[in-house]
Design a protein around this ligand. Structure first.
Ligand SMILES: [Zn+2]
Length: 333
């Protein structure tokens, strides 16, 4: 034991006391991040993804729910796919705010062809689900899809509830129309589950992904009566999702964004043509201009940035997307 008057003890006490003062003043000086806050009037975001919904189809398509959504919101028919114009790179860009060269998904392969530039604490490239979880720890977030790869494109640990649907297995005798029916069925199951979840749980953020239009394009061809028939069925699902928001009493406080990953040509979407690279990009809800034609350049990585803008989230430096502020009544925040 050192006596209370010991010079050594006095020196130790002085150092401790200085350190606590430094700590105390340091704690005061740390800039505190204000809590995230959505744009006025917004309490929910619903993101709807239709695989291979090409902008080229807009005029011919019988899609009353989607067109009504566009007319009460803002629309671009010139949004562009990132390259390559295939699904995982583009859904990845929509959800992760960066291009394939950065998030690493440059093909539809299960594993990233390139390592992601960085990883979030959820173990994947920083995406919209992680940003939401960090800023709103209690937020309920949903994910519904019928293409297994979607799961690999999100920070699954940051998602509250995810549900995948699969079509019945095919044999060598399965006919093309039977395959189309099977994909339409799994897409209908996605819609049904998402409708139930939205109506009951009123999630803060939900991404609902439909595969069927892409499959019909691959099996029977783009810009064919079959393609438009599947698109019409998916439009009915969009109507059901909007109905679920109404049933939950949250339609007026929900921003809906409707997106696609690419269009198509003949039975594919690899060619460098605008019918492949241009997709519709629709946003509607509180704070969004009504009946507005978006002139800003929209690239698919802008979707995540726009969701971040709506929910008051800070966009990570590693993203390349920018919010489409032109679509909002008050563009600054
Ligand atoms: Zn696709």
């Amino acid at each position: 034991m050192l006596p209370a008057t010991s010079p050594l003890l006095r020196r130790v006490l002085t150092v401790v006391s200085c350190l606590s003062l430094i700590c105390a003043s340091h704690a005061v000086e740390i800039p505190t991040q204000p809590p995230a806050k959505p744009l006025p009037g917004v309490q929910h975001v619903l993101l709807v993804g239709i695989d291979a919904f090409g902008a080229y189809s807009w005029e011919k398509a019988d899609i009353p729910n989607i067109k009504a959504l566009a007319s009460r919101g803002a629309l671009s028919l010139r949004a562009r796919s990132v390259s390559p114009s295939v699904s995982a790179p583009n859904w990845g860009s929509h959800l992760m705010g960066a291009g394939p060269e950065t998030h690493g998904r440059i093909s539809n392969a299960k594993e990233s062809a390139l390592p992601p530039y960085t990883l979030s604490k959820y173990g994947r490239f920083p995406g919209i689900y992680g940003l939401i979880r960090d800023a709103y720890p209690q937020a309920r977030t949903g994910l519904f899809y019928d293409w297994e790869r979607i799961h690999d494109l999100v920070e699954d640990k940051a998602v509250s509830f995810a549900k995948e649907f699969k079509h019945a297995p095919f044999s060598k005798d399965t006919k093309p129309h039977e395959k189309v029916d099977a994909y339409e069925k799994s897409t209908a199951e996605v819609a049904e589950a998402a409708v139930e979840y939205i109506a009951q749980k009123k999630p803060f953020f939900t991404f609902v992904y439909f595969s069927a239009v892409d499959e019909t394009g691959h099996i029977l061809g783009h810009d064919t009566p079959h393609y438009y028939a599947t698109l019409q069925k998916v439009d009915a699902h969009v109507g059901s999702l909007i109905g679920a928001l109404r049933q939950a009493g949250i339609e007026q406080e929900t921003v809906i964004i409707l997106i696609a990953d690419h269009g198509g040509y003949k039975k594919g979407h690899n060619e460098a043509r605008l019918v492949v690279y241009q997709t519709p990009w629709i946003i509607a809800g509180p704070g969004v201009k009504r009946g507005h034609n978006i002139e800003s350049n929209v690239v698919h990585f802008d979707t995540a940035a726009t969701v971040a803008h709506i929910l008051g989230l800070q966009i990570p430096q590693v993203w390349r997307g920018r919010p489409i502020t032109e679509a909002f009544v008050v563009s600054g925040k």
